[in-house]
Design a protein around this ligand. Structure first.
Ligand code: CLF
Ligand code: SF4
Length: 480
């Protein structure tokens, strides 16, 4: 769904590295402590899953095509199997038993959850009854949000993602082909006016009831790129908690593909997020998940939990064991946060220290623990004067796709593409890397360093090392 779809979950989250605990009220911090999307810290430890129970949609976004399902494709709207509510509830219970850090269940498609209200609420009701420790999350395009606001509140669905790509119907008319509302199909400016009005009414109602709302906006170059700054201002005024500006992924056979609209590059996305961050808390760690994603945000374990396997599995839902496991994770997060505060207090103000941009390969747990060849994404950070800032996610095609591909000619193309994706980085941290990619990256001025352990410690050490190299080397590739 859109909303989620492109927009990732049909929603997005607050997770932004830029959300500092001390700027969040305690009752909200409590709500987001274990939500991997609304809390950037938590996304290293806590997992989410989506159950795909909502196939229909009531609008047509010009970037969405729900037909395509490829195991390597990760974007909203895409799903392998649609489930019935009872199958979805069983899947949640099985997954929760096997992945104890799974703290949130979202419904984000593959269509719009509120265009399928019976299936959506039956699923949420079943989960609330049988697994009351799990947080419920919903991602919607907002067209019918106001109609279901009472049910949302009653079921304690406390995290809503609303995909809002424009606030001006003159812009929105190029984003939506049609809107189906109260038994009639609208097109053009009429469709845009209806959708935008309903989205704002929905957002205001969420704010009034104290339900956390994350707004997802798809950055569409040439269509709403300039307009999104205005969107961010209005979303803040209306009470949204978090803004997730996510890059367009042009799907095959869509209007945007036909019109030749291009995906934005990372620099365009980062610049816009920086501009908008004055108005709103920004989420920068969104992975634009599939509507049946399972696992930590950077991984997708959906293939391990097919309908066939789920229906054949006996399970026991041990809420006590889950609670203990999650308390330990939270303790770990708290310790890490305390360490960070301590470091910030001690930080020396060294004016000579340059800003260094570092790409990190991680498979979760807040660690550098992934080999370069297996990475499907990098997390990009900046460090200056011992202050670390999370910039965003760069998705890539993995350099190694298994031994069968090793040594074939396509690898050099893949390597070039990967290098392009992180060409603005000075360093790359990973748990291992072969000589060929290491030398290639070095030739472009990207120093690959093998590191293991906590991401922040590794960045601090590597930042110091980089500054040292920079001060002693005559090699100009080290000083950008
Ligand atoms: Fe899912 Fe969305 Fe809830 Fe998260 S995803 S419904 S808020 S539990 Fe998260 Fe995925 Fe981005 Fe969505 S990373 S696409 S923001
Ligand atoms: Fe989501 Fe519907 Fe838009 Fe697709 S058309 S992205 S399902 S809201």
């Amino acid at each position: 769904m859109v909303t989620p779809k492109q927009a990732g979950c049909s929603s997005v989250a607050a997770g932004c590295s830029s959300i500092k605990r001390r700027t969040v009220e305690p009752h909200i911090q409590e709500k987001i402590a274990r939500h991997p999307c609304y809390n950037e810290e938590a996304h290293h430890y806590f997992a989410r899953m989506h159950v795909a129970v909502a196939p229909a949609c009531n609008i047509q976004c010009n970037y969405c095509n729900r037909k395509y399902d490829c195991a390597n494709e990760s974007r909203p709207g895409v799903v392998s199997e649609v489930l019935k509510p009872e199958e979805a509830v069983k899947k949640v219970l099985v997954v929760a038993g096997q992945i104890p850090q799974m703290s949130v269940v979202g419904i984000a498609g593959p269509g719009d959850p509120l265009a399928n209200p019976e299936k959506t609420f039956e699923t949420f009701r079943g989960i609330a009854q049988q697994a009351p420790d799990i947080k419920l999350c919903l991602s919607t395009n907002g067209l019918r949000l106001i109609e279901f606001i009472d049910q949302i509140e009653e079921l304690n669905i406390d995290h809503i993602t609303l995909t809002i790509n424009a606030i001006d119907p003159k812009v929105a008319q190029y984003i939506y082909s049609w809107v189906y509302f109260e038994g009639k199909r609208y097109k053009g400016i009429d469709a845009a006016e209806i959708l935008l009005e309903r989205q704002i009414i929905g957002l205001e109602a969420l704010t009034k009831r104290g339900i956390l709302c994350k707004v997802n906006s798809v950055l569409i170059p040439g269509v709403n790129d300039v307009h999104l700054e205005e969107v961010a201002k209005v979303m803040k005024q209306k009470g949204a908690f978090l803004h997730n500006i996510m890059p367009l992924i042009v799907a095959p056979d869509t209007m945007f593909e036909k019109w030749g609209v291009k995906n934005p590059d990372p620099a365009m996305l980062n610049q816009l997020q920086d501009k908008c961050s004055g108005n709103m808390k920004m989420m920068r760690h969104c992975r634009q998940c599939r509507a049946d994603a399972v696992g930590l945000l950077g991984e997708d374990r959906s293939a391990e939990f097919t309908k066939e396997k789920i229906l054949a599995t006996d399970f026991q839902y041990d809420m006590e064991a889950r609670a203990k496991f999650q308390q330990n994770l939270e303790k770990k997060m708290d310790e890490k946060y305390a360490k960070k505060i301590e470091r910030e207090k001690k930080k020396r103000n060294s004016p000579s220290s340059q800003t260094i941009r570092i790409a990190v390969a991680s498979r979760g747990n807040g660690k550098v623990n992934l080999h370069f060849g297996h990475a499907k994404e990098f997390m990009v950070y900046e460090i200056q004067n011992e202050t670390i800032r999370f910039i965003g996610i760069r998705k890539i095609q993995a350099y190694c796709n298994g031994t069968a591909n090793c040594g074939d000619g396509t690898k050099s193309d893949t390597l070039q593409e990967i290098a392009q994706t992180i060409k603005d980085c000075h360093m790359l941290l990973c748990s291992g890397i072969g000589e060929t990619p290491k030398e290639y990256l070095q030739s472009l001025g990207i120093v690959a360093v093998i590191q293991k352990g906590e991401i922040e410690d590794a960045i601090l050490d590597s930042g110091k090392f980089y500054n040292y190299l920079n001060s002693t080397s005559e090699d100009q590739t080290l000083s950008r």
